[in-house]
Design a binder for this molecule. Structure first.
Ligand code: FES
Ligand code: FES
Length: 170
């Protein structure tokens, strides 16, 4: 296995960047340590909890399981990419208003999973919301506030669909 540091290029939240890192360094650690994007959280570190979820080339991935080498040339979106010019997205506002977050460790991953759902399924049923978030664990909320937040965001998004869908799709 080649452990030499390499220059790896990718795009994060629309900004091109180059990091110099061991190719097997976890994308999670590169985001947090090299790029100082600390919104993405580590829970289990084993692909089980979803706290570290980011979007890579439009797919939801657990960044604790992705060697940074796999991100070469990729487009990555982290939770920092949901807000625009310091303004929270409709989805983030909904989590704030409907009890979607308590300690906050699971919240960035929940938001990314929910953003992924709302991009692909703008009008999800309750069952679809539960299924989309099934890979994300929360120890605090009992989940009902999270499901309510996503449903509220979907409703709000229906009122301003183009802008919000475009934001989630970034
Ligand atoms: S920290 Fe990555 S899935 Fe739990
Ligand atoms: S809000 Fe604490 S783990 Fe979900």
């Amino acid at each position: 296995m080649n452990t030499d540091w390499q220059a790896i290029r990718f795009t994060v939240n629309g900004v091109s960047c180059t990091v110099h890192a061991p190719p097997m360094k976890r994308l999670l650690d590169v985001l947090r340590e090299d790029l100082h994007l600390t919104g993405t959280k580590e829970g289990c570190g084993e692909g089980e909890c979803g706290s570290c979820s980011v979007r890579m080339n439009g797919d939801l991935v657990n960044s604790c399981l992705v060697p940074v080498l796999q991100a070469e040339g990729a487009e990555i979106q982290t939770v920092e990419g949901l807000s625009l010019d310091g303004e929270l997205s409709v989805l983030q506002e909904a989590f704030l208003q409907h009890g979607g977050a308590q300690c906050g460790i699971c919240t960035p991953g929940m938001l990314m999973a929910a953003a992924q759902l709302l991009t692909r399924t703008p009008h999800p049923t309750t069952a679809e919301i539960r299924e989309a978030l099934a890979g994300n664990l929360c120890r605090c909320t009992g989940f009902m506030g999270i499901f309510a937040s996503v449903a509220a965001a979907a409703e709000a998004q229906a009122a301003a669909p183009a802008a919000e869908t475009a934001r989630h799709a970034r």
